[in-house]
Design a protein around this ligand. Structure first.
Ligand code: NAP
Length: 253
C-alpha cells in the first residue's frame, strides 16, 4: 500500500488534487486544520472508490513542532508522492502588513515546507517512482505588487524545489522534485489573502482557472519528466519546463 500525501486538502487546489489522485487509484493521506472538510472529502472519495484508503490528519502546520509531529505520524505508511500545497497569501503593502499574519505565512509557506520536503527526501530519495511536488505560484517567479512578502515566500519555494530537483539529478537519485506555479485560481485563497469573509472571482479577476483545472495541470506535471509546471504571464496558458533559475555546481569538492 503506497500513499500520496497532500497538505491543505480541505479546500481549493488541494481538495481537487485529492480527487484527481483518487481517480488514479492512489491511497491518500490528507492534512489541513478543518477536520469536517477533510471528513467530507474522505466520504466523497470512499463512496466513489471503495478500494482506496483515505487517512485524514487534522493539523495546524504553521509551527515547526507540528510539522515534525505530522511527519512522524506518517511513519507506519509507505509514501510515494508528497504534495506540499498548504499555504496562504497576504495582499497588503509592506507598511500595512499585519506581522502576526506574516509570521504564520512565513512558518507555513517556508519553514514547514522545508521540514516536510527535507524529511521526505531523506527517507525516500532512493525509492523508485517517488515524487515531491511543491506548490509555488506565478508570484514565485515574478514579484507581485501588493503581495511582496507572499511573493518572496513563493520565490523561496520555487528556488528551494528547483534546487532539490537539480541536487537529486546530480546524485542520480530515484526521486523527482517538481514545482507547480499556479496563477489566479478560484479557491479560498483571495478571501484569506484580503482577510475578508468571501471573494467573488467573476467580474473582479480578468482571467483565472478553476481548482479542478489546476489539479489537471498538476497531474500533467506529475506525469511528465519536467521540473516546473507554470502558468505563463501573458497568455495564462499552462506549460511544462526545465528548471528556470540559474544553478551553480559547487566550486569545491
Ligand atoms: P485555499 O482554498 O485557501 O486552500 C489552502 C489550504 O491550505 C486549505 O486546505 C487550508 O486548510 C490549508 N491551510 C491553510 N493554513 C493551514 C495551516 N496553518 N495548517 C494546515 N493547513 C493549512 O487556497 P488554494 O488556492 O487552494 O491554495 C493552495 C496553494 O496554492 C497555496 O500554497 C497557495 O499559495 C497556492 N497558490 C494559489 C493561487 C490562487 O490564486 N488560488 C495562486 C498561486 C498559488 P485549513 O484552513 O482547513 O487548515
Amino acid at each position: 500500500m503506497k500513499y500520496t500525501v497532500i497538505t491543505g486538502a480541505s479546500s481549493g487546489i488541494g481538495y481537487e488534487t485529492a480527487l484527481a489522485f483518487a481517480e488514479r487509484g492512489k491511497n491518500l493521506i490528507l492534512a489541513a486544520r478543518r477536520e469536517d472538510k477533510l471528513e467530507e472529502l474522505k466520504t466523497e472519495i470512499t463512496n466513489k472508490y471503495q478500494s482506496i484508503d483515505v487517512v485524514i490528519k487534522s493539523v495546524d502546520l504553521s509551527t515547526a513542532e507540528n510539522a515534525h509531529a505530522f511527519y512522524n505520524s506518517l511513519q507506519g505508511y509507505e509514501l510515494e508522492t508528497f504534495i506540499n500545497n498548504a499555504g496562504f497569501g497576504d495582499f497588503s503593502l509592506i507598511s500595512d502588513q499585519d506581522l502576526n499574519k506574516v509570521g504564520k505565512m512565513l512558518h507555513l509557506n517556508i519553514e514547514t515546507l522545508t521540514i516536510l520536503s527535507s524529511l521526505f527526501v531523506k527517507d525516500y530519495e532512493n525509492v523508485e517512482g517517488t515524487q515531491l511536488i511543491n506548490i509555488s505560484s506565478r508570484a514565485g517567479y515574478n514579484v507581485v505588487a501588493t503581495s511582496v512578502t507572499y511573493s518572496a515566500t513563493k520565490f523561496y519555494v520555487s528556488a528551494f524545489t528547483e534546487g532539490i530537483a537539480q541536487e537529486l539529478k546530480t546524485k542520480g537519485a530515484k526521486m523527482q522534485a517538481k514545482v507547480l506555479a499556479p496563477a489566479a485560481t478560484e479557491t479560498e485563497f483571495a478571501q484569506r489573502s484580503f482577510g475578508t469573509d468571501s471573494f467573488e472571482y467573476k467580474g473582479k479577476v480578468a482571467k483565472y482557472h478553476t481548482s479542478k483545472e489546476m489539479a489537471e495541470f498538476l497531474l500533467a506535471l506529475y506525469d511528465s519528466d519536467k521540473t516546473v509546471g507554470l502558468i505563463e504571464e501573458g497568455t495564462r496558458e499552462f506549460s511544462l519546463k526545465e528548471p528556470i533559475f540559474p544553478y551553480s555546481e559547487p566550486t569545491t569538492k
